[in-house]
Design a protein around this ligand. Structure first.
Ligand SMILES: Cc1cc2nc3c(=O)[nH]c(=O)nc-3n(C[C@H](O)[C@H](O)[C@H](O)COP(=O)(O)O)c2cc1C
Length: 140
C-alpha cells in the first residue's frame, strides 16, 4: 500500500450487557479472518464494559468494515473519536490484537504494554488505551 494512503479510525462503544470473555474471543476470531482478507490491522480492547478499537487499512476497507462492526448487536453507542490518514501502520503485525484490560490488572497491563510498545505506536494512542484501561472494572 503506498505511503499516505492508510486510514486509521478509532472508536469507543458500549458492550451488550452480559458479554462474556467467550463472546470477546468469538469477535476476535471473526475480526482476524475478515481483516486478513481486507488487509486491515489494529487493536481491540475490552474493559468489561466498553470497547476501544483502532482499525487501519485502505479507506475503502476501513469504511466497509466499520459499517459491519457498527451494525453488530454485541455492542452499541459507537463514538468515532479519531479518523486520520497515516503514513505507516501503528499495528502492522496484528490482524487485530485483542486484549481484555482490567483496572489495576497485572495481566492485562503487561499485554497492553507489550502491544503498545511497538515502534510505530503514537504517544496519543498509548494514552488513549491506558486511560481506557483505568475506566474498566477492577480485577477480581
Ligand atoms: C467490538 C467489535 C469489534 C469488531 N471488530 C471487527 C474487526 O476488526 N473486523 C471484522 O471483520 N469484524 C469485527 N467485528 C465483527 C463484525 O462486527 C461481525 O463479524 C460482522 O458484523 C458479522 O457480519 P455478517 O453477519 O454479515 O458476517 C467486531 C465486532 C465487535 C462487536
Amino acid at each position: 500500500m503506498p505511503n499516505g494512503l492508510i486510514t486509521s479510525l478509532s472508536y469507543i462503544s458500549t458492550a451488550r450487557a452480559s458479554l462474556a470473555d467467550a463472546d470477546f474471543q468469538a469477535i476476535l476470531t471473526e475480526a482476524n479472518e475478515r481483516n486478513d482478507t481486507l488487509g486491515l490491522t489494529g487493536l481491540l480492547a475490552f474493559n468489561g464494559l466498553n470497547f476501544m478499537q483502532i482499525l487501519e487499512g485502505s479507506r475503502l476497507s476501513v469504511n466497509e468494515c466499520i459499517d459491519l462492526i457498527e451494525a453488530d448487536r454485541r455492542h452499541h453507542g459507537m463514538i468515532i473519536f479519531d479518523r486520520r490518514e497515516i503514513k505507516q501502520r501503528e499495528f502492522p503485525d496484528w490482524q487485530m490484537a485483542g486484549i481484555v484490560v482490567e483496572k489495576n490488572g497485572q495481566n492485562g497491563k503487561v499485554n497492553l504494554d507489550q502491544i503498545l510498545s511497538g515502534e510505530g505506536v503514537r504517544p496519543e494512542t498509548r494514552k488513549h488505551f491506558e486511560s481506557f484501561q483505568s475506566f474498566g472494572t477492577p480485577a477480581q
